[in-house]
Design a protein around this ligand. Sequence first.
Ligand code: SF4
Length: 423
Amino acid sequence: MTGTALPVVDTGCRDVPVLKERGQREVFCGLTGIVWLHRKMQDAFFLVVGSRTCAHLIQSAAGVMIFAEPRFATAILGDRDLAGMADCNEELDRVVRQLLSRRPDITTLFLVGSCPSEVIKLDLAKASQRLAVEYVGKVRILSYSGSGIETTFTQGEDACLKAMVPALPETQEQNLLVCGTIADVVEDQFTRLFRELGITNVQYFPPRRATQLPPIGPNTKLLLAQPFLNETVRALQARGATLLSAPYPLGVEGTTAWLRTAADAFGVAPERFASAIAAPAQRARTAIARYKPALEGKRMFWFPDSQLEIPLARFLARELGVENIEVGTPYLDKLLVDAELDLLPRTALSEGQDVEKQLDRCKAANPDLTVCGLGLANPLEAEGMRTKWSIELVFSPIHGFDQAGDLAELFARPLDRVGRLKV
Ligand code: SF4
């Protein structure tokens, strides 16, 4: 792993003892990732093999697509299928054949596992291999699990990308691979900035088209755009890629450090770097400054949900003067948040969840804003607390200089609502 020296705060969180909790959790399952993955990879289809609950979850999370041909569906395994696994496999093959004959535009099909017991018994990896032979050269068929037993919320993307890693073509060329779903508009902005820096061999994973997989090899430098790709990163490292350790491109400071890490790895001169980022960084500073009066000094409590908590808490503390009371994350993988821990001003850190105990700590602290999942937000609001839905932070374009003001606004808005209600 390589990295760049960054302005470290002497009170950073590197040595803060982490409270590890293993109790009841209040987090969406990994199926949720389909909502943003199907938008990103325009030629892929996600077939959830699950129950009616799974179907309801992704339909309500994604909204019903009336005008567009949907690119996800649920093959519901009912009681009839429990009669025997042979029936189950036949039924799955029948659904896949029917889908692929109706939809010749699908180039990659993901079979997505879930947690009902009848699905757990079904070997989806074997099913995808069986079907892949039948559709070789026509449709790539892969599988991963989005089960709530094995995955939280953003781990669905990790599992999906990891399933694609063996299919990435090999290269010996030097390239930069940006890993983690980001909005197309943000991807275009980063591509322009990399070009101005003279870094032109840049690819994104996941790609916009599942057929255009990025190449990987011993000269690939890996730069993470999302902090929840624990297993994908290790699979990419096993294919020879070198991970660049950097903070995440959230806010001016994070985006600058992220780009500088890439620039240093590709030998870009400091003057060229400074001139390429000067204008967008200044625009971002101006946009963020607008929200500082609303956020400065506000006390914030983070429930574990998306794994974006540590980078977001760092942005809010360092650039907007927020005081973090507790920053919770479902998993704390130092390989992925190493650079963030030095920058996050000292605060209580927790990993995993025992929701009742954490609710007690949150209520005792009485924060100005609580960042949490949908399931906790409504009850907390009913008790008079202000909340921010963490799911919105995954669905919205928040990365890069041009989104930094919008990101600050996402946190200022709930507080502003309180202010307006008081008048
Ligand atoms: S995978 Fe499990 S947790 Fe997720 S919607 Fe289906 S039944 Fe619920």
